[in-house]
Design a binder for this molecule. Structure first.
Ligand code: GLN
Length: 241
């Protein structure tokens, strides 16, 4: 079987909070199930592979995210990949650039995003910094808590084609309607770093199942469950920190 290709896009531009860890988590969770997987790291100037199963975009500063969006538009392959049904998982700046528009800099210059998900991002009146705890309703209707930390100035509004990923209990997220992130088809965005898939293995498995088009057996991990419980208790006790 051909290995599942995980494409880590422009990690030197979009990787300020170690979001590349998301690629490592996805690969490891496949390998632990005896499914072969590779991570392809793409830097600006490299062609984005057209045949990835999952594409990952991380967080970045304003200037970096403008370079990233320009590079991805010039390359163009990400559009065909999403059309083909590949999964695109985007964190923070990643979410902003896959949307319709976002603003950068002191003069709030409006930049056209990739238009792969129906969201628009504008600078808010405060910066959202701190721990975040959200409630994600999984495809089977049950709820899972997501934890991470956020650091962003852009606030995101969903258009009619996108739905939120999760409801915010503590933190800011999109800073609109008490929700975080966005989902549209196989494009999924969220604000938490962490890396978020290391802290939230069920979200990682959801992305894998979406990419593979089948259910995966669970990977019981009591130590990770305990760490999650401790983190959730800590955030509920101390708030955004
Ligand atoms: N530059 C963006 C903002 O401040 C994204 C920041 C990030 O990715 N952490 O909103």
């Amino acid at each position: 079987m051909t290995p599942v290709k995980i494409v880590l896009v422009y990690q030197s531009l979009l990787g300020i909070y170690g979001d590349r860890g998301n690629a490592m988590v996805l690969r490891q969770r496949l390998l632990r199930r005896d499914i072969d997987a590779t991570v392809e790291i793409i830097e600006p100037g490299d062609a984005v592979p057209a045949d990835g199963a999952i594409y990952l975009l991380g967080g970045g500063e304003d200037a970096a995210q403008v370079s990233a969006v320009n590079g991805l538009k010039a390359d163009g392959n990400i559009f065909g990949a999403v059309e083909r049904g590949a999964v695109l998982f985007a964190v923070c700046a990643g979410l902003q650039i896959v949307g319709n528009t976002f603003t950068v800099g002191d003069h709030d210059e409006v930049i056209e995003g990739l238009g792969l998900i129906d969201v628009d991002t504008r600078r808010g009146d405060v910066r959202a910094v701190g721990e975040i705890l959200t409630h994600w309703t999984k495809p089977d209707g049950t709820e899972s808590l997501i934890t991470g930390f956020e650091n962003h100035g852009g606030f995101t509004t969903l258009g009619p084609l996108a739905r939120p990923l999760a409801r915010v209990e503590i933190g800011i997220g999109n800073a609109n309607d008490g929700v975080d992130g966005a989902v549209q088809g196989t494009v999924i965005g969220t604000y938490p770093h962490g890396p978020v898939l290391a802290r939230n293995p069920e979200l990682a498995d959801y992305l894998l199942e979406l990419a593979l088009g089948r259910e995966l057996e669970p990977l019981p991990d009591p130590e990770l469950d305990e760490l999650r419980r401790q983190r959730i208790t800590h955030i509920r006790k101390h708030g955004r920190g």
